[in-house]
Design a protein around this ligand. Structure first.
Ligand SMILES: C[S@@+](CC[C@H](N)C(=O)[O-])C[C@H]1O[C@@H](n2cnc3c(N)ncnc32)[C@H](O)[C@@H]1O
Length: 243
């Protein structure tokens, strides 16, 4: 199976939105790890006066992590799937949270304007057709020296980590998701991670789009070597390579 993209992917997320929160709640550390990545933005608590973009907010798990870590910030949460976003908007939100239905590739058209002090993208980048183009858009939306945190399944490159990922998907995630009628999306999850950049490749990619202070930080538990936070600052120079 090839990975899903664009309208097909948004439709798959629309269909799977009903079970998304249940499935991620069964993943040990899911919410705690998102909060850890939000803290890794390194912004001052409570973030009063800061503008933060949550790109690919889904049902709001990453938005909730940002709201917990930076309760004073103004959060704009964007997703291409109306079904996922409906779930997010149905939750109760304290503080200033705005939801926008738009693809990450067309933010300006949807009225999402910078500058943002930080962009958080949790489990987004391996889903987009052109990660370089989305990194460029993020770079343009950030204030000078603004922060980026990408929380993503980015494999270490060690065969053991890849084998653990495939074993978790084959043995646990796919049987449960298939029973819930969401097999297509979770087959995409499996393949999209295997096909995506390793963590070193992704940090190189982020650097090549004009970011500096780029670092990949590990996450604990079964996700060790599988999930990372990649943090970066918007560089002073536009310096992009290869576009
Ligand atoms: C795996 S979910 C993660 C949701 C949330 N960030 C979280 O941590 O639970 C990925 C989300 O990215 C969204 N997405 C995928 N491709 C997108 C794109 N090109 N533009 C905007 N959202 C996209 C999907 O609709 C989905 O809601």
């Amino acid at each position: 199976m090839t990975v899903l993209r664009d309208a097909d992917l948004a439709a798959a997320f629309d269909r799977a939105a009903h079970s998304y929160d249940t499935l991620v709640a069964a993943n040990p550390g899911y919410h705690g790890h998102l909060r850890r990545s939000a803290r890794r933005l390194g912004l001052p608590h409570p973030g009063a006066g800061l503008r933060v973009l949550d790109l690919g907010c889904g049902t709001g798990a990453s938005t909730a992590a940002l709201a917990r870590v930076l309760p004073g910030a103004e959060i704009t949460a964007v997703d291409a799937s109306a079904g996922m976003l409906d779930r997010a908007m149905a939750k109760s939100w304290q503080g200033r949270v705005r939801f926008v239905c738009a693809p990450a590739e067309a933010l300006a058209e949807a009225g999402v304007d910078g500058p943002f002090d930080a962009v958080f993208a949790a489990y987004l980048f391996r889903n987009v057709a052109d990660p370089d183009a989305v990194l460029d858009a993020v770079h343009d939306l950030l204030a000078p020296h603004g922060r980026l945190a990408v929380h993503e399944y980015t494999l270490s490159g060690r065969p053991l980590d890849r084998a653990v990922w495939s074993a978790v998907c084959r043995g646990l995630v796919l049987p449960v998701a298939t029973a819930l009628g969401d097999g297509d999306l979770y087959r995409h999850l499996w393949r999209s991670v295997v096909d995506f950049d390793t963590v070193d490749r992704f940090t190189d990619r982020v650097r090549s789009r004009g970011f500096d202070h780029v670092r990949a930080l590990p996450l604990p538990g079964w996700q060790t070597g599988i999930t990372h936070t990649i943090v970066a600052h918007r560089g002073a120079r536009p310096g992009r390579v290869g576009r």
